[in-house]
Design a protein around this ligand. Sequence first.
Ligand code: AMP
Ligand code: MG
Length: 411
Amino acid sequence: MDHCNTSDLFSLEQALTKMLSQVTPLQATETIALTDAAGRITARAITSPIAVPPFANSAMDGYAVRSHEFNSTIPLPVAGKAFAGAPFKGTWPANTCIRIMTGAPIPDGADAVIMQEQATVNEQGVIFSGHVHVGQNIRLAGEDIQQEAAVFPAGVKLGAAQLPLLASLGIAEISVFRALKVAIFSTGDELQPVGQPLGEGQIYDTNRFAVRLMLQKLGCQIIDLGVIPDDQEKLRQAFETANAAADLVISSGGVSVGEADYTKQMLDELGNVGFWKLAIKPGKPFAFGKLASAWFCGLPGNPVSAALTFYQLVQPLIAKLSGHSTWHPPLRLRAKAATKLKKTPGRLDFQRGIFSTNATGELEVHTTGHQGSHVFSSFSQGNCFIVLERERGSVAVGETVEIELFNELLS
Ligand code: AMP
Ligand code: MG
């Protein structure tokens, strides 16, 4: 990989294209229990082993009839009962009906279910009101999914919309891609892990927490190497340990101007890493490349920049590495600016905003306020990025802007 001249500004698209063109998805797969599969990615297309529903059943509590025997004035005696899990068995005499409950198998010969609200019971049997039409209140076998039908392709992430469906098909085990192993550490003499008192000049380590949470949502296996001080030998050791343990190594801090030179020098010996200045705000410095065997992403130290570059660059990278081929970038919409937005032309801005609909039903967006790259509260207050084009200047109230809704990584 060619090392970029640090004076070059890279657009987000250029950086993403460069990263994604180099990596290929994991090949290793494993078969796991459906109950352990939340957040994992399907490794093979899944077809349905059964039809759903597996048999025709009643959509209502009522009475199963043969529609040609239906006559709303003559009572039909009840010949038996069908419950969910306990079908009607035995012979069904002509001109009778069968009491049936929702989910119960439709008795052979029945072609309609009359709901109980249309039934009056007396000593002679059941008198129905209204009309009947063939098939009414019957859920047909395979109405939801036919046997052998395609359910999901490979590359789908399994969550609350997918796993219950697989459970309804009786699928107990599933082939998924091996979870991506990601080693993380923060760099900086000033960083304290949470739970420790702060000494003079120290701050708490925000980035490792943010990165870990986002990695969990991406279904990764996390190897947390903690805080590494700004010491060349300790850093080198951390990189070597991380490289040996993981598919991807993510550090934060130490890639700003000045520090980058020294990290760069060390990484030059350990692999082939490019140090980029991105034309985005926040989050200018970013490093990407390959260590001896693992991929490497170096996030900026400022917490908003670290979270943003993770979200915009590392998230799609991990989707590709993990085999999540159906991943889509977060949804972008257009909204009216409800507050002024300060911006200088030159970089693509990802300001944090709060979108809502106004009195006339239009989407509008407010700023979360201070947009400093250290103001992490802008994420908890906001629900979207306000994406302001590279060459755009400040935005006046009423102008149309593009917003990008936070996806599950930031919720
Ligand atoms: P650096 O990129 O290491 O020069 O850091 C830039 C700024 O981000 C400095 O103010 C650091 O103290 C701060 N910083 C670096 N890493 C973290 C972290 N893990 N959590 C919170 N702040 C950080
Ligand atoms: Mg630092």
